[in-house]
Design a protein around this ligand. Structure first.
Ligand code: HEC
Length: 133
């Protein structure tokens, strides 16, 4: 009976390391992988792009999501490259670090901003079509 305890001990040892590996900070990973850090600084102190630490405009959740989805000025768009969950994670990350406390962002928040953007561009296309005049 004693030999049965060996695989069990292995199983118990393996469990905590598996659950740890499944809990990486997705937001900070995307901030690095998508190269946000190259323009905004690893600590949000800015550089080519504006400083995000203490940036009060980050309080406006829809603005942050739209900025990431569409890009603006010299910032590229990420809407075609990142999923709703990834945009939510990185938006929450910049809103919740470096002294910022602007709260969570869900994939549903991102989906509703995508929907707003689609509606706006559909309406713009309608307004531009010659049949409407
Ligand atoms: C090539 C450089 C560059 C990269 C990469 C970049 N940004 Fe930006 N970002 C900018 C610039 C420049 C602005 C200011 C846009 C403007 O007003 O013209 C900006 C604006 C912002 C803003 C609005 C803040 C404000 O005060 O205007 C947020 C939030 C933001 N970026 C987040 C991100 C995130 C998150 C990523 C990665 C997914 C990212 N940025 C990647 C350059 C960059």
């Amino acid at each position: 009976m004693k030999y049965l305890s060996l695989p069990m001990a292995f199983a118990l040892l393996a469990l905590p390391s598996i659950s740890k590996a499944e809990q990486p900070d997705r937001g900070s990973q995307i901030y690095m992988q998508s190269r946000c850090f190259a323009c905004h600084g690893q600590l949000g102190t800015g550089g080519f792009g504006p400083t995000l630490a203490g940036d009060r405009i980050l309080a406006i959740k829809k603005f942050v999501i739209a900025q990431i989805l569409i890009g603006r000025g010299k910032m590229p768009e990420f809407g075609s490259r990142l999923s709703d969950a990834d945009v939510a994670a990185v938006a929450e990350y910049v809103r919740s670090n470096w002294g910022n406390h602007y709260g969570p962002v869900t994939p549903g928040d991102v989906a509703s901003v995508r929907e707003l953007m689609k509606k706006a561009s559909d309406e713009a296309a309608k307004a531009e079509s010659p049949e409407q005049q």
